[in-house]
Design a protein around this ligand. Structure first.
Ligand code: DSN
Length: 418
């Protein structure tokens, strides 16, 4: 713990220390979370936070950019090189502002836009009704097929040709299967739409060669930097040359003020790490672990949306287990297994009390866990969920306590990067 923080504000220092302990002692299965390296963490806590720099390198509204300009240029160059994109804007504060910037660059309020429905696996900002993107635009939404749990590309094409949206978002937050970027690009071309790929969940897999890239298919690509990519909380927008100016204008001055330069530095460090050969090993292992975990869960009678996974993420419909997602997630959390409850496609339950659980392997892979640990995690999940479904509450609590003890023992063998 930083001694300055401890001396100045022990209340916050103690909370940070408690969170550090909690993260170390928990099996983090939330697919959008990870553990950053000490170098990324160090970059976020630098004096770069003290500097304003509205504008872009060489065109700022504040003096004193002797260091910030080359820093942002380096981050942007690393992003372009890692993903093979013409242009990279590294200023968006996070995923939602990055997606808003894509709209601002490509559409006008009231225009028709298209994205995946949130309960089908999309994101709020892909035009869901409660989001500004669903209120300020005319959203058209696609989903997955009931029989396969996979994106219904026939529906995507029919809707796109009927509605001619200004832009089509592909990507989402609960998609366990490979996204077919060439097929989306073909549909977007036919419909006269711009294809925007939101690769927030899979950016690290793409960088590590474990998922196909949207570059060359999607004209605009948005991503957070903190999920599989393993950087700080932040975001980037990649684009082809033709959309570079519009993207930059949308981020600043369209939507944001000064970029968070400490975050930019940490993004640059994460991009440097993602360019190393070991990152490809990590990305491949994330997918291998997810496949093994999915198989082990399926063998134990868990109903997986789409039957399994191609990436880092597994979506479980708990209905056949006789438990809803929220009580299951809460019981698993008490057992040291951190997940999030989630809607499943065609969910008859409400979003705040849905049927599903969403899990993933990026964080546990970063800690070095492998296939044996995936089988153990599946066994623990089964024990907890089965105990919860039973009528004996005391017996269920005993199972949760025992699993919690075993989880803590496992986590001591796989330290968090620190
Ligand atoms: N919070 C992100 C996720 O968990 O997928 C979406 O915004």
């Amino acid at each position: 713990m930083n001694p300055d923080l401890q001396a100045t504000d022990p209340a916050i220092a103690d909370l940070v220390a408690a969170e550090e302990r909690r993260q170390a002692e928990t099996v983090k299965l939330i697919p959008s979370e990870n553990y950053v390296s000490p170098a990324v963490l160090a970059a976020t806590g630098t004096v770069l936070t003290n500097k304003y720099s509205e504008g872009y390198p060489g065109r700022r509204y504040y003096e004193g950019q002797q260091v910030i300009d080359p820093l942002e240029e380096l981050a942007s160059r690393r992003a372009r090189e890692l993903f093979g994109a013409d242009h990279a804007n590294v200023q968006p504060y996070s995923g939602s502002p990055a997606n808003l910037a894509a709209y601002m660059a490509l559409a006008e309020p009231g225009d028709t836009i298209m994205g995946m429905a949130l309960p089908m696996g999309g994101h709020l900002t892909h035009g869901w009704s409660v989001s500004a993107t669903g209120k300020w635009f005319n959203p058209v939404r696609y989903g997955v097929r009931r029989d396969t749990g996979r994106i219904d590309m026939d529906e995507v094409r029919e809707l796109a040709l009927a509605e001619r949206p200004k832009l089509i978002f592909c990507g989402g937050t609960a998609i366990p299967r490979t996204i077919d970027f060439p097929a989306f690009a073909e549909i977007a071309r036919e419909a006269g739409s711009v294809l925007v790929a939101d690769i927030a969940h899979i950016a690290g897999l793409i960088a590590g060669g474990a998922h196909p890239s949207p570059v060359g298919h999607a004209e605009v690509i948005t991503t957070t930097t903190h999920k599989t990519l393993r950087g700080p909380r932040g975001a980037m927008i990649l684009s082809d040359e033709a959309h570079a100016k519009a993207v930059d204008k949308a981020v600043f001055p369209g939507l944001q003020g000064g970029p968070h330069n400490h975050t930019t530095a940490a993004i640059a460090v994460a991009l440097h790490e993602a360019a190393q050969p070991s990152f490809a090993d990590y990305a491949a292992q994330v997918v291998r672990n997810a496949v093994v975990l999915a198989e082990a869960l399926a063998e134990r009678g868990f109903d997986l949306v789409s039957g399994g996974t191609d990436n880092h993420l597994i979506l479980i419909d708990l209905t056949p287990k006789g438990v809803a997602g929220k009580p299951a997630a809460k019981a698993l959390d008490r057992a040291g297994l951190e997940t999030n409850y989630n809607t499943v496609p065609y969910d008859p339950r409400k979003p705040f009390d849905p049927s599903g659980l969403r899990i993933g392997t990026p964080a546990i892979t970063t800690r070095g866990m492998g296939e044996a640990e995936m089988r153990q995690i599946a066994a623990w999940m089964d024990e907890v969920v089965t105990a919860l479904a039973g009528s004996d509450e005391d017996a269920a609590e005993k199972v949760i306590d025992r699993v919690h003890h075993e989880v803590r023992e496992l986590t001591t063998r796989f330290p968090v990067p620190a």
